[in-house]
Design a binder for this molecule. Structure first.
Ligand code: ADP
Ligand code: ASP
Ligand code: MG
Length: 448
């Protein structure tokens, strides 16, 4: 393992010139950071997602394109661009405008379009670093981060990424800080792919793994991972240390501060992860490490909105073997990942993520049709998955408080037991903020 660090800056951290300058100061003060992974400037990816919509009017399309350009120009105004940056940036902006002006896109073209946010911000951030006297070079991450060909939800090819990093990235790191893009990669077919919304955290961890870094820093707009979303509960408190398992569960179940897959490479390769605020680096943050928490109990509550509940019912399930296998084979065929599962004798209910801003909707009609061939299918939406996260969670320690909170709401499904790190349930979306606040108050504020 080297003593390199990889630092990732999220959308708000690279939203404008001042934000980028704060990030550049962090890099300047930490000479171990050799690779910087940037997101698109705040708001840009949402415009790009909107542009992927084939039904957009000409006027709306033009407005989104202008909005993306304006965000870039507001940054450039404060910079004096070197020739290499001007050349690359202008060419990339031009390519963006040509592609965005089309009105129909293949899945591959959608990924290409989504990639422009990170491609543009990485030019500007490189220039901001140079402005602070840091020798920095922009690097196209697609030359390293290899993925499969599943557009919008690509999965990394770890071995190929490592080989690429050895060949193209590692030799550069002694001389300069490399600024590269989060979120995007290159598929086997050589086309641009994306890792899913919020995927830059995952990119940073993958690159850290590929260069044997010992640390990934995730710089965002909060001073670490909190006991719940601090935007929702003002009494939420930052957690100074989390185990890989706890952090992974939190990210999986909706703590937006980390992309759910980020912890995978880190825990696989023993890379420490730090989460802190680029606005207030002096305030420290959360360290995520291998060591398990010594104190059992609930440490956080998270929520994930826009969940679908898919219930599949078959009278034949009674004593029939192979029903579940058949259902899950179809879900796997459509690359649908299931979160919670409950079963009864003749039915199975699973929850699926259906974030409206996702670059790929979760449940295809074709999948529903295939399931309907052998069972009755129903889909409920406007649900939220609420998760209690911790270590060695035992319901009996908390049951009085928890049950009294839950009894006020309509609970659609409960799951506990497969993992001692979480206890999950599904509630109506309209209630979920209130559910989270009540649970936080009863279990994380009053008990402390
Ligand atoms: P970035 O653009 O830097 O990737 P994100 O918006 O993806 O940042 O993630 C940071 C946001 O995550 C915070 O502003 C906060 O509102 C939200 N968040 C949700 N749950 C948590 C949590 N448990 N701890 C900290 N932040 C959280
Ligand atoms: N820009 C991408 C998004 O907004 C990836 C990221 O920021 O992590 O989803
Ligand atoms: Mg994020």
């Amino acid at each position: 393992m080297s003593n390199y660090s990889v630092a990732k800056f999220g959308g708000t951290s690279v939203a404008d010139f001042d934000a980028m300058s704060r990030c550049a100061a962090i890099i300047k003060n930490d000479t171990q950071v050799r690779v910087v992974v940037v997101s698109a400037s705040s708001g840009v990816t949402n415009h790009l997602v909107a542009l992927c919509d084939d039904s957009l009017t000409e006027q709306a399309r033009a407005e989104h394109i202008i909005a993306v350009e304006t965000i870039q120009h507001n940054i450039i105004e404060k910079l004096s661009l070197d020739a290499d940056i001007t050349h690359g940036f202008m060419a990339t902006l031009e390519q963006f405008k040509v592609l965005a002006g089309k009105c129909q896109f293949s899945v591959a073209e959608k990924d290409e379009l989504l990639s422009f946010g990170e491609r543009l911000s990485s030019y500007l951030f490189t220039q901001v670093l140079r402005g602070q006297g840091v020798a920095a070079t922009r690097f196209d991450v697609r030359d390293v981060l290899a993925t499969n060909d599943i557009h919008a939800k690509a999965e990394p090819n770890i071995a190929k990424t490592r080989d690429n990093a050895k060949q193209h990235l590692l030799p550069l790191l002694n001389e300069q800080v490399i600024v590269t893009q989060g979120f995007i990669g290159r598929g086997d077919n050589s086309l641009t792919t994306t890792l899913g919304r919020g995927g830059s955290d995952y990119s940073a961890a993958l690159i850290a793994e590929a260069i044997d870094a010992d640390q990934v820093q995730i710089w965002t707009d909060v001073v670490g991972i909190f006991s719940t979303d601090p935007r929702l509960c003002h009494k939420a408190a930052p957690i100074s240390k989390l185990s890989f398992d706890e952090a992974a569960e939190m990210a999986t179940f909706g703590a937006k501060v980390l992309h759910p897959a980020t912890i995978l490479p880190a825990s696989r390769s023993g890379i420490r992860v730090f989460v802190g605020s680029s606005r207030a680096p002096e305030q420290g943050g959360t360290w995520i490490e291998k060591e398990k928490s010594a104190v059992p109990g609930i440490r956080a509550v998270t929520q994930r909105k826009n969940q679908l509940l898919l219930t599949v019912k078959s009278p034949e399930m009674l004593l029939a073997s192979g029903f579940l296998a058949r259902v899950f084979t179809i879900l796997a065929k459509y690359n649908i990942s299931v979160d919670l599962v409950t079963t009864s004798e003749i039915s199975v209910a699973v929850t699926l993520d259906n974030a409206p801003n996702a670059s790929r909707p979760e449940l295809d009609q074709a999948c529903l049709n295939e399931l309907s061939e052998f069972c009755h299918v129903s889909v409920e939406n406007k649900l939220t998955l609420v998760a209690l996260i911790g270590s060695e969670i035992q319901l009996r320690h908390h049951e009085i408080n928890l049950m009294s909170v839950l009894s006020q709401f309509n609970i659609r499904l409960i799951c506990h037991g497969a993992s001692k790190h979480n206890l999950c349930f599904l509630v109506e979306q309209a209630d979920s903020d209130q559910v989270v606040k009540s649970i936080h108050r009863q279990l994380l504020e009053l008990s402390n």
